[in-house]
Design a protein around this ligand. Structure first.
Ligand code: SF4
Length: 343
């Protein structure tokens, strides 16, 4: 009952795409310019994420709050929590996790919760910078830009192992040249964005004045739109053709380079596997339905069962055992078969 509602909420959250109008500090380290342009001009075409991934992101935000609370309990109050940073000329914005006032200096703090596997591998700034994971390559530019924006000479990453709760810190010193490199990266991105926006604006204007019910206007508009997309393609930065990056990109459905798609597709053409994948998908749907009915049935049984301790109910061909304890356990079995569900 509650799980389904929570699941539904997660699904809605994971399908949501938020508009992006300027560059973001948290992603400016992504190793593909085309991704950075898409993030602004095609944010609505981002692939939606799975509810499971959404849940992981939500957990990350909760871990961040918990770490801030833990720091406060040892007298390390976070000041400037979520304070905005804005670079006007570069049209680059973000929010710093926080700054700690420590021994007369201010230290920028960036909190990340990560899996056990990644936690064990990341011990230095270089481990992030040269990681094969594109999201991890974004970490160092992010903190350096916050430090640069607030003119803070010191920063620290607090990394939390999501499995064990263990925390490690990686101290960072401001490197202005490094931060400026990422500021400079914004200019060609903005240039592409402006050109694409101009083309899109002109195309929308044509659409506004066209009478799309008339065949002639409709054909003209479609031809103009097709030309517009050809021009836009010339304004987009080149694809990077690196599957290790593209596979984690939220625009891969829109953009995944054909060379990569075909190369990878050849590796996985297998009719037997495809049949199993289709069957797997069907069973996933069935499992969802099973879980929903199982929960509903057990809730109903708990409502009708007024006896304490252990009781039995016979309903049709089914024998149901209800055990009351700290929680109520319901076991259902078809008469003559082994018990097949437990709670
Ligand atoms: S799919 Fe690859 S090339 Fe296309 S935007 Fe994403 S990372 Fe860049």
């Amino acid at each position: 009952m509650f799980v389904e509602k929570l699941q539904k909420h997660l699904e809605q959250e994971s399908n949501r795409r938020l508009p992006q109008h300027v560059n973001r500090i948290s992603s400016i380290g992504w190793p593909c310019d085309r991704f950075l342009v898409y993030s602004i001009v095609a944010w609505h075409d981002r692939d939606s994420i799975t509810p499971e991934l959404q849940s992981i992101f939500n957990e990350g935000r909760k871990h961040e709050l918990l770490i801030k609370q833990d720091l406060a309990t040892i007298g390390m109050d976070i000041i400037w929590s979520e304070r905005p940073v804005w670079f006007e000329a570069e049209r680059l914005s973000g929010h710093i996790d926080g700054v700690i006032a420590y021994r007369k200096s201010h230290i920028a703090v960036e909190i990340k919760s990560i899996s056990q596997f990644v936690f064990d591998k990341v011990n230095t700034a270089d481990d992030m910078q040269y990681s094969t994971k594109p999201y991890m390559q974004c970490y160092l530019p992010q903190l350096q830009l916050y430090m640069y924006g607030f003119d803070l000479k010191r920063g620290v990453f607090l990394l939390k192992n999501k499995q064990t709760g263990e925390i490690k810190e990686i101290p960072i010193t401001l490197d202005k040249e490094y931060a400026r490199y990422y500021l400079n990266r914004c200019y060609p991105i903005n240039d592409s964005v402006d050109k694409i926006r101009q083309i899109l604006k002109e195309t929308y204007q044509v659409k506004e004045i066209a009478d799309l019910k008339k065949k002639g206007d409709q054909d003209d508009y479609l031809a103009i739109k097709e030309d517009a997309y050809k021009i836009i393609d010339t304004y987009l930065p080149d694809r990077i053709c690196d599957f290790d990056i593209c596979k984690d990109c939220s625009f891969r459905t829109l953009c995944l380079p054909d060379e990569i798609r075909e190369e990878r597709a050849r590796l996985f053409i297998n009719t037997e596997l495809e049949a199993k994948l289709n069957r797997r998908q069907e069973l996933m749907e069935t499992r969802k339905e099973y879980n929903a009915i199982d929960t509903e049935v057990k809730e109903r049984i708990k409502e009708v069962n007024t006896l304490t301790n252990e009781s039995f109910i016979i309903c049709g061909d089914f024998e149901i055992t209800v055990k009351q304890g700290k929680t109520t356990r319901v076991s259902i079995k078809k008469i003559g078969e082994e018990t097949n569900t437990k709670e």
